[in-house]
Design a protein around this ligand. Structure first.
Ligand SMILES: [Fe+2]
Length: 268
């Protein structure tokens, strides 16, 4: 699945499109669409502030206080995770959470363990096994003709690194994702990724911090679509520390999960 060659590609290129075919997203897409179609007052019951750890919950376009998207990003998100009971989440998601969620997590965990074994970074696999769980960000981009303004730098989703150890798109990727790639002389350039029915993996800020910058979190964004009437969906899995864990971060001493998130949010 992931071999030493792909790890070399990951290190030199900054991301990896895997040979592994994407999983089917039909079940989750149906659940997410059903939630998106509910009325605003219902969705408000599930805002991030009703959860309280990491990024769980609902965020919407124009929201000033979301911790996982900027106010002008043209996306609504719902974050689900292993950190809360299924019953805390809207019933629209229960079919997936009682259905394909566990098997998808197992697939992702197996890929990450393969990557970590090959990366062979001291202490990181132990840290992962002891402290790391997952969340998924379900992202809905309404048609861009619905909006009078764009996100920063004329984008649909402004540039950012993720908070994860790894971010994985198990259902493949749609058009318009752009990655900031840095060449050997340190020059950076935005490159668009072709829509793909393969899984995509890239490093997040947790891996950058753990390796003291040897492996950089990949900066990414979503460009404006040519088709102004088209909706866009994406589903990104993040590996993150469980709440209230304490661990030793190389070069930084003891750190809690909550302090890690503060450090990440402090980037913006
Ligand atoms: Fe992201």
């Amino acid at each position: 699945m992931i071999d030493s060659q792909s790890i070399d590609v990951l290190k030199s290129q900054g991301y990896l499109v895997m040979s592994k075919p994407a999983l089917c997203n039909e079940e989750l897409l149906d659940c997410f669409r059903a939630f998106i179609d509910t009325d605003p007052a219902y969705k408000e019951r599930y805002l991030q502030k009703r959860f309280g750890y990491a990024f769980d919950g609902y965020s919407y376009v124009g929201q000033p206080d979301s911790s996982n998207q900027a106010e002008d990003d043209l996306v609504s998100t719902f974050v689900l995770s292993e950190f809360y009971d299924v019953e805390r989440y809207p019933s629209e998601f229960h079919r997936f959470l009682h259905g394909g969620w566990r098997a998808t997590l197992q697939t992702i965990r197996a890929l990450e363990i393969e990557a970590l074994e090959l990366l062979n970074i001291p202490g990181l696999l132990d840290f992962y096994r002891q402290n790391v769980g997952h969340m998924i960000s379900n992202n809905y981009y309404p048609p861009i003709r619905n909006f009078a303004a764009t996100a920063a730098d004329n984008t649909r989703l402004s540039a950012h690194p993720d908070a994860s150890l790894f971010t994985i798109f198990p259902f493949g990727i749609d058009d318009d994702l752009e990655l900031e790639l840095i060449d050997d002389s340190g020059l950076s350039a935005w490159q668009s990724v072709q829509a793909s029915a393969s899984m995509l993996l890239y490093p997040g800020y947790l891996l950058e911090l753990w390796t003291n910058g040897d492996i950089k979190a990949l900066n990414h964004r979503v460009r404006l679509a040519h088709d102004v009437a088209a909706e866009r969906f994406s589903f990104a899995f993040f590996s993150l520390p469980f709440p209230q864990r304490e661990f030793v971060m190389p070069g930084r001493g003891t750190m809690t999960s909550e302090a890690y998130f503060e450090a990440y949010v402090g980037l913006f």
